[in-house]
Write a protein that binds this ligand. Structure first.
Ligand code: C5P
Length: 252
């Protein structure tokens, strides 16, 4: 693709397992980063900040550039509302959407069924649907504050919700890298495990605490890594992405 890296020859092509988080609130910043990263990154995450500021263009622009998009809006409402909401997002062409598993089995099943039906009716590939189990920001103290007994551990609920998501027909979950191995064991080899909280060795932790390196997250069973600031805030984002891809290649 004509990519050149001065000291090491041709640049590595994108690894679809790497999803760069576009935590911006305007399209100029999005265009600048995506154009700079070029062929080094093929998958992006659009979250609440970007989608609520810019709207549908944030996804359609990326799709026009041939990128894969994980639209991370974490829907959580009654089953009919979530099902209808997902159907309203269908025509954007996002490759992955998500809901909160805490919305319950019926909500997740309705979401999956409605999405599959909408894709079938539109004759387009169905986006992958994944579930957030327990937010990684929830600490033990907050867990207790929510009313859960000390005997009910967060990790057990994470695995329980992952199993429930799978039973409801979802394709996978968002989870901490530290939960990936347990989920892989519980849900088998084809279940998607998308992990934020990934930091290359030696990089800043920012506000993440339960972290893993790219290779260790993949070894634990992650299928996709969502990485934001280590790429976005790097002095040289292309080099940062390339270093991550090289590390990821150790684990195929
Ligand atoms: O910059 P950083 O690599 O920490 O970005 C991680 C991305 O993953 C952010 O977009 C953040 O919102 C998201 N995320 C997370 N932890 C979760 C779920 C999503 O950090 N549990």
């Amino acid at each position: 693709m004509g990519l050149k890296n001065d000291d090491k020859g041709a640049l590595k092509m994108a690894d679809e397992r790497l999803i760069a988080a576009l935590d911006f609130h305007d399209m100029d910043e999005v265009r600048a980063l995506v154009n700079k990263l070029g062929d080094s990154v093929s998958s992006y995450k659009v979250g609440m900040e970007l989608y609520y500021s810019v709207g549908r263009e944030s996804v359609t622009w990326l799709k026009e550039k041939g990128k894969k998009v994980f639209l991370d809006l974490k829907l959580h409402d009654i089953p009919n509302t979530v099902g209808s909401g997902l159907c309203s997002l269908m025509d954007l062409g996002a490759d992955m959407l998500n809901v909160h598993a805490e919305g319950g089995y019926t909500m997740m099943k309705t979401a999956a069924d409605r999405l599959h039906k909408a894709a079938e009716d539109a004759n387009v590939p169905c986006p992958k649907l994944i579930a957030v189990t327990v937010l990684t920001s929830i600490s033990e103290d907050e867990w207790a504050e929510l009313g859960f007994s000390e005997k009910v551990q967060i990790k057990d609920i994470v695995v329980h919700l992952a199993r429930l998501a799978q039973k409801a027909g979802l394709d996978g979950v968002v989870a901490s890298p530290q939960e990936a191995a347990m989920i892989r064991e519980a849900c088998g080899k084809d279940f998607l495990i998308v992990t934020p909280g990934v930091r290359p060795a030696g990089s800043s932790l920012d506000d993440q605490s339960r972290i893993a390196t790219p290779a260790s997250a993949l070894r634990a069973g992650a299928t996709h890594l969502v990485i934001g600031r280590p790429i976005r805030a790097a002095e040289n984002p292309v080099k940062a992405a390339q270093d991550i891809i090289k590390e990821m290649e150790q684990v195929k």
